[in-house]
Design a protein around this ligand. Sequence first.
Ligand SMILES: [Fe+2]
Length: 331
Amino acid sequence: MTVAAIPFPDNIPDEYQWLDNEPAFNPKEHLALEAPASLCYLSELGYDEQEISTKATPVAASSPFRVLSPKGAEILLNTARRLRQHAISCERIDNMVRGGCYRSRFLRDLCIDPSLTQLMCEIYQTDVAPHTMPLHLGHMNFSPDKLEDAVDKWHHDTLPLDIVMMVTDPATLDGGEFEYFLGTKAEMAELAKHGRQPPRERVVQASFDGPGYAIALHGNMVVHRGAPLHTPAERISMVNGYVSTNTALDDQHRHKDLTLVDPPELLYAEWARHAAWRTKGKLESLLEQLSYTSDRKLVAQQLESALTDIHQAIADMKDDGDHKMHHYEKH
Ligand SMILES: [Fe+2]
């Protein structure tokens, strides 16, 4: 399935202006999609069957594969440089641009392209859609201000699935590799408790053949980072989010972390729509599948469980307590 779970919104807040003089995204000209040569599975990282069964896909990561043609990669680099002026920083990442798809039609149309989404369905071996929340589309990371800082610290994502694409040419970089840990989140939490990083022999470094190459990641389950650069350089990567279209599966988000980085005029409406979309899917399943029974508690429990995402979103949005952004390095 390659249709959008929620169509990209038309009613964008006034303060978001489209970049002028952008080339129109043309999949025939700008994409050069290739399937990855290999996949790594959550079971290889140490997750058990029960845990995997409620997640979007059993796939953990792919080997690097080509997404963009040289022309597509050139335009994306130019787009990223134009969006750089909107960069913000957070606890985890020194320089990033969120919401770029509200400013660049090229980036938006690349991120929601049906043929790219179809490739992602094949890689993840399940139906996925471009992320329901446009803030999770076309996220960009830029070089940190301090050389010794990681581009993005060891973490797992606030969303289930994504691709991580090199926008600048990785051959020009000394350091700044994309790395992931061949272990579980629980193992990483244990290492982090003792101030340790993943052992090198259990870290995979993605080797990208050029700009416009990406890896697919089950970002909410795979602990990963953008390593520090050894020499100052322009390093830009783009992260595009996806969701499983099966709303019965775990949500696999940490929406609350976004309150620390994202513009509120976008975030809360996007979050509410996501929760409404998940709940709609669950209510539709309930209408189709609810059986006759005299067990009133069972029926009440089914109703309650269909509303989980809405109730969680309401509780998180109303909560005024302190919240810290997740990552595995010292705060
Ligand atoms: Fe990430």
